[in-house]
Design a protein around this ligand. Structure first.
Ligand SMILES: C[S@@+](CC[C@H](N)C(=O)[O-])C[C@H]1O[C@@H](n2cnc3c(N)ncnc32)[C@H](O)[C@@H]1O
Length: 230
């Protein structure tokens, strides 16, 4: 009988609080012989990790991926920790894009995304919202225009800003310049599920004067929907 191929487990670890780490994530990490993740993510599994660990940083991503793939090829069970859910602006895309491993060799363990935590905190339904990530400089003119169109078409937008390339202030300035009403309601949810979580209820005009912490989700409510809700 052919032996089952080892897989890379890309494990969603949730938005930060241990309360949002799933039992499936804990079980996968406990069984892994190699666990790779940011220090903040590794800390969530201090009592589960039995295997070798590698701390993932902004600078060693390629080396970490190579190590993960080589370990899998040696038949080792690998867990790669991804904040939130791996499939939303997470490590799943990074791993697939690297071309080092095929989708059939990946097992994704879903996690609670910061988008879900934000929607829950604001008690909003996100099934009709437009979702965007501008994280890590992922900011194209096309995506920015799609964001403006989404709001102008009466939909809510939920997005991950980038504190350097497209911050909440930059986003507010861009939308006002694109002709979106400056009184449009905006929420910025910082450090969701963590002890210093903060939710700011504001407007495009006000956000354009403010700065926020890097870990944040921004929600732009279309005026049209707000009027309909009255
Ligand atoms: C690389 S992306 C990862 C997103 C992740 N895969 C998810 O599903 O939430 C990192 C960005 O997610 C957002 N984020 C992650 N954790 C967060 C939290 N606890 N509170 C607010 N935003 C968070 C921030 O915008 C941060 O810059």
């Amino acid at each position: 009988m052919q032996q089952a191929l080892a897989k890379i487990n890309i494990v969603g670890v949730g938005p930060g609080s241990p309360d949002y780490v799933t039992p499936a994530a804990r079980k996968t990490v406990a069984q892994a012989e190699v666990v790779i993740g940011a220090q903040r993510s590794l800390n969530l599994f201090a009592s589960e990790v039995k295997g070798e660990t590698m701390v993932l940083t902004a600078k060693n991503l390629n080396d970490a991926l190579k190590h993960a793939v080589e370990s899998v090829k040696k038949g080792k069970n690998v867990a790669l920790l991804s904040t939130g859910d791996p499939g939303f602006s997470g490590l799943l895309y990074t791993v697939l894009k690297s071309g080092m491993i095929k989708a059939s060799e990946i097992n994704v363990v879903p996690g609670v995304s910061s988008i879900q935590a934000c929607a829950a905190r604001l008690a909003i339904s996100w099934d009709t919202a437009c979702l965007f990530t501008f994280h890590e400089g992922n900011v194209t003119a096309e995506e920015k225009n799609q964001l403006a169109s989404c709001i102008k078409n009466g939909k809510d937008a939920m997005l991950l800003p980038d504190s350097r390339a497209f911050s909440p202030k930059n986003i507010a300035d861009f939308l006002i310049d694109a002709g979106v009403d400056k009184k449009t309601p905006v929420y910025v949810c910082e450090n969701l599920t963590l002890d210093d979580e903060k939710v700011t209820s504001s407007s495009l005009e006000q956000v354009s004067q403010q700065t926020f912490r890097p870990l944040c989700v921004m929600v732009i409510k279309s005026n049209r929907q707000v009027k309909q809700q009255k």
